[in-house]
Structures are given as structure tokens and as C-alpha cells.
Design a protein around this ligand. Structure first.
Ligand code: NAD
Length: 488
């Protein structure tokens, strides 16, 4: 089905295969975080817009659920092909609206494509189970069925990868989908609507309603929405989890993080520093798997010095410049919040050994903030406890691996953690005792790929079935058991 190009100035919603104006007259501007250039305006849609989308998605579900699974999978193959064909263009869109470096954006598009690859395996993933002779002449079979209309609510920091964690798998399982992209990075989503439609998704199978709280609440309260996938900050994740569950919906809510990297005295210093620097400062620290706290085990002042020197040498700038590693934060308001955290760190007695405020530009020239490092941070300090989501690193000192593991245990978050060492017994201890769901051994960003669950723990995740992999299949399907007697 041909679709008209979306309006780049005032974005429209995508409902029932059409670009539709929102009912609301309220709009937000979408600036380029590196230049301040106005890219688009996004409508702050209303519950009425949500209703329209749910009606369309519910009607489409009645047909879509019966489309044979291999046919649905073939749409994913086509979608995969189109995403590959448009890889560069998508990465450009992503840099413009999010600000991250082109290389990172290109990689993010690739992570999204891998989710489509996984979804294309639906005929295998959706197979049921059987057991003959569970009693004399009686067999048992399990079949998988879709849930119905599913909602997805996504954050600003991965405008490609996070929506693709959700909708390819949801729709290939036979559900229909309503995406509420972040109002701070809404543009790429509309391009995805064009591409999934071109790949053959029928009207109403994939829909977008742009906006903020009202759309989220509209999805959470709607009785025809059967499940909610959410990714975003901790307070909102908890609210979404509680509200959706209270309304009888299935829900997976991925939340904030504070990821610790423990550096043992035997670690390869150069490699550890390289990994920590790109994990902490890549995407301006705005990654849920970013390193935000390093635990320095032993008197390793060489590590501290090397981190500071590397941070001094980072190129700060527009993500389109090839040399850039440190890109802007998403909005001026976010930068102000981060500056507040830096002040708090100083007040609470941490040693500010590199102050990124010295590289702050006027916000009309981009929301830049230089790399910031605090040493001698203690676990009780605010900067150690809270997610800052910015290029700010805390160094905590520890005498042993046990002490480092204790810091991780005490953190309310449990998304990721990394250990740098060559010692096999330390690796095993870390694997067994680290209180987080995605661990790295000498790996800076231990984010899992599309065929494994993205398995945050503690306050980094609310729900039981994670996104991606077999958990994703289980989340987007319900099981039906048949018990048959044949001696009739
Ligand atoms: P956010 O919570 O501000 O927004 C996420 C979504 O929730 C957006 O679509 C937004 O419109 C909506 N929203 C925001 N406030 C709301 C409210 N009060 N009521 C209803 N809806 C609301 O998050 P963000 O700043 O866009 O994204 C960054 C956060 O996402 C960080 O905390 C990061 O750790 C987290 N994140 C987590 C993962 C993970 O896998 N755990 C992955 C990516 C991002």
C-alpha cells in the first residue's frame, strides 16, 4: 500500500494506514540537540486520538490474527530488506533528533534490524508443544495465540532500537500495535510506519499516536488494550506497571539504571580505560547500559589518572562530525538537572577531578556538557545512588571484590554490571554474586542481542517477561491447552 510522506513540520499520527491530524491543538517543538535547529513539531494528542487508534487496531486484529504465520513472517523479511536499504537515511534521522554520534546511530539501526531478523523466525518461535498419552488414550497440546491490541511507550534515547524491541515481535505474533514514541524524538517513528506499510503490514496493524502523558494514560486505561510494553525512567516505569496491572493488562516496564564497573588490580589498564570511557561518555551517557560508577579495587591511582587524561582528550561536538565522541544531552532542561547533580556531588564531599561545566555552550548552540568525573564517591552520596543519565562518572574506592559487589547489591538498580579482570575465580564469583541482570566480563556495554532477554533486575525492570528472545514471544502470546480423549 502506498503512503504519502509524513509532514516534517507538524507530525501526524498514523492510524489505520493513514496520516491523521491529532485532535489536539497543543504541540511541542522538536529541536536538534546539537544545533537548536527546529526539526518538527509534535502534537500532544488526546485520549480521543487514542480511541481512534484502538478502534482501528481492534478492527484490524480480527483479520490479522488469522493471517497464516509464514505470511506474517514474510512481511518481516521485506521490512528487514527495507531497513537495510535505508540504513544510512535512518541513521541520519536519528542523529538529527537525538544528537548521538553517527556511528552510534548506525549501530542502533543495526540493533533494530536484528530484532526484525528474530521476528522473522516466527514460524519456529510460535510452535506449540504436545505430549501424547498423558493418561490412557489422552493427549495434550499447547497452541499459542495473540493477545489483541498491544501498546508500546518508548523513551528518547533509542528512537529506533526500543520501538523495534516491541512492534515487530508483537505483530508477527498476530497482535496489532499502537506506538507512543517519545515526544522528544518522534520523527524516526513516522519513517518506520512508512517502511512497515511498504513491507505489507495491512491497515491498522501498526499505528502511531504522538504525545505525552495523556496518550500514555489513554493506553493504560483503555479496556481494549491487552498489554503494555514500556521503556523509560524509573518513576514512570513503576507508575505504568502499577496502573496497567491494576487495569488487568499484561505489562513489561523497563526502567532506569546505575551500572557499576569493577576494575580489579590485575585488569588490562588500557583496555579497561577504553571500555569505560566509551561506555560512560558515548551517547553523552544517555544509555540505560552506560557505565556510571567505577569501583576502583586497590590503590589504582594509575587508573584514575588514565581516565581523567582520556576524558580530557575527548572530542565534543555534533554527532555528524566523524571525530566526535561526546555529543549533546537531549534538552537544555536535562542539562540544568545534570548541573544540579554536579553541584550536589561537590556539596556532599566528592572530589570533582574533572568538571564538564567548563565545556558548556550557550544552549542555542547545542546542549553540550563536557565529561565530568568525581573521585572518592561513597555509596551514600546522591550522585552514587541516582541515575544522572549524562556524561558524569563516579569513582568509588574499594579494598576488595567483595566490597565492590556490596556496592552493586546496595544499589536499587540492577540493569548491568561489568568486571575487568584476568582472574577466572573473580569472574566466577562476580557471575554468581553480582546483583544485576546483564553482566559484562571485560565488556563495556553488556547489552543483550535480540534473541536473548534484555533482563534488568530490581528497580530496573517491573514485570516478569522481558523484551526480546523467548520472553518476548511469551509476552506477546497466550497459551491454549487442549486435552483430547480418543477412545470414544
Ligand atoms: P521518560 O520516562 O521521561 O519517558 C519515557 C516515556 O514515558 C515517553 O514516551 C514519555 O512521553 C512518557 N512519560 C514521561 N513522563 C510521563 C508521565 N509522568 N506519565 C506518563 N507518561 C510519561 O524517559 P526518557 O527520559 O525518555 O528516557 C530515559 C530513561 O529511560 C532513563 O531512565 C533510561 O535508563 C531509561 N531506559 C531504560 C532502558 C532499559 O532497558 N531499562 C532502555 C532505554 C532507556
Amino acid at each position: 500500500m502506498a503512503v504519502t510522506k509524513s509532514d516534517t513540520k507538524l507530525l501526524k499520527n498514523f492510524i489505520n494506514g493513514e496520516w491523521v491530524e491529532s485532535e489536539s491543538s497543543e504541540q511541542l517543538e522538536v529541536p536538534n540537540p546539537a544545533t537548536g535547529e527546529l526539526l518538527a513539531r509534535v502534537p500532544i494528542s488526546t485520549k480521543k486520538d487514542v480511541d481512534k487508534a484502538v478502534k482501528a487496531a481492534e478492527a484490524a486484529f480480527q483479520t490479522w490474527k488469522n493471517v497464516p504465520v509464514p505470511k506474517r513472517a514474510r512481511i518481516m523479511y521485506k521490512f528487514h530488506h527495507l531497513l537495510n536499504e535505508n540504513h544510512e537515511e535512518l541513521a541520519h534521522l536519528l542523529v538529527q533528533e537525538n544528537g548521538k554520534a553517527f556511528k552510534e546511530a548506525y549501530g542502533e539501526i543495526q540493533r533494530g534490524i536484528e530484532c526484525v531478523e528474530f521476528a522473522a523466525g516466527a514460524p519456529t518461535h510460535l510452535m506449540g508443544e504436545t505430549l501424547s498419552n498423558i493418561a490412557e488414550d489422552i493427549d495434550s497440546e499447547m497452541f499459542r495465540y495473540p493477545l489483541g491490541v498491544v501498546g508500546g511507550i518508548t523513551p528518547f534515547n533509542f528512537p529506533m532500537m526500543v520501538p523495534l524491541w516491541m512492534f515487530p515481535l508483537a505483530i508477527v505474533c498476530g497482535n496489532t500495535f499502537i506506538l507512543k514514541p517519545s515526544e522528544r524524538t518522534p520523527i524516526l517513528a513516522n519513517r518506520l510506519a512508512e517502511l512497515i506499510t511498504e513491507a505489507g503490514a495491512p491497515k491498522g496493524v501498526f499505528n502511531i499516536v504522538h504525545g505525552a502523558h495523556d496518550v500514555v494514560n489513554g493506553l493504560l486505561d483503555h479496556e481494549d488494550i491487552k498489554a503494555i510494553s514500556f521503556v523509560g525512567s524509573q518513576p514512570v516505569a513503576k507508575y505504568v506497571y502499577q496502573t496497567a496491572a491494576q487495569n488487568g493488562k499484561r505489562v513489561q516496564a523497563l526502567s532506569g539504571a546505575k551500572n557499576h564497573h569493577i576494575v580489579m588490580p590485575d585488569a588490562d589498564l588500557d583496555k579497561a580505560v577504553q571500555n569505560i570511557i566509551s561506555s560512560t561518555f558515548g551517547s553523552a551517557g544517555q544509555r540505560c547500559m552506560a557505565c556510571s560508577a567505577v569501583v576502583v579495587v586497590g590503590e589504582n591511582d594509575a587508573l584514575v589518572q588514565a581516565l581523567r587524561e582520556k576524558a580530557d582528550g575527548l572530542t565534543i561536538g555534533n554527532g555528524m562530525d566523524e571525530e566526535t565522541l561526546l555529543t549533546p544531552v537531549i534538552r537544555e532542561s536535562h542539562r540544568e538537572k545534570v548541573v544540579g547533580y554536579i553541584e550536589k556531588g561537590v556539596q556532599e564531599g566528592a572530589a570533582l577531578i574533572r568538571d564538564g561545566r567548563q565545556e558548556m555552550t550557550d544552549s542555542k548552540d547545542g546542549n553540550f556538557l563536557g565529561p565530568t568525573i568525581f573521585d572518592h564517591v561513597t555509596p551514600q552520596m546522591t550522585i552514587a545512588k541516582e541515575e544522572i543519565f549524562a556524561p558524569v562518572l563516579s569513582l568509588l574506592r574499594a579494598e576488595s571484590l567483595d566490597e565492590g559487589l556490596d556496592y552493586i547489591r546496595k544499589s536499587r538498580y540492577g540493569n548491568g554490571a561489568t568486571l575487568y579482570t584476568k582472574d577466572a575465580s573473580a569472574v566466577r564469583k562476580f557471575r554468581e554474586e553480582a546483583d544485576a541482570g546483564m553482566l559484562g566480563i571485560n565488556v563495556g556495554v553488556p547489552a543483550t542481542m535480540a534473541f536473548f532477554p534484555f533482563s534488568g533486575w530490581k528497580d530496573s525492570f517491573y514485570g516478569d517477561l522481558h523484551v526480546n528472545g523467548k520472553d518476548g514471544i511469551n509476552f506477546y502470546t497466550r497459551k491454549k491447552m487442549i486435552t483430547s480423549r480418543y477412545d470414544y
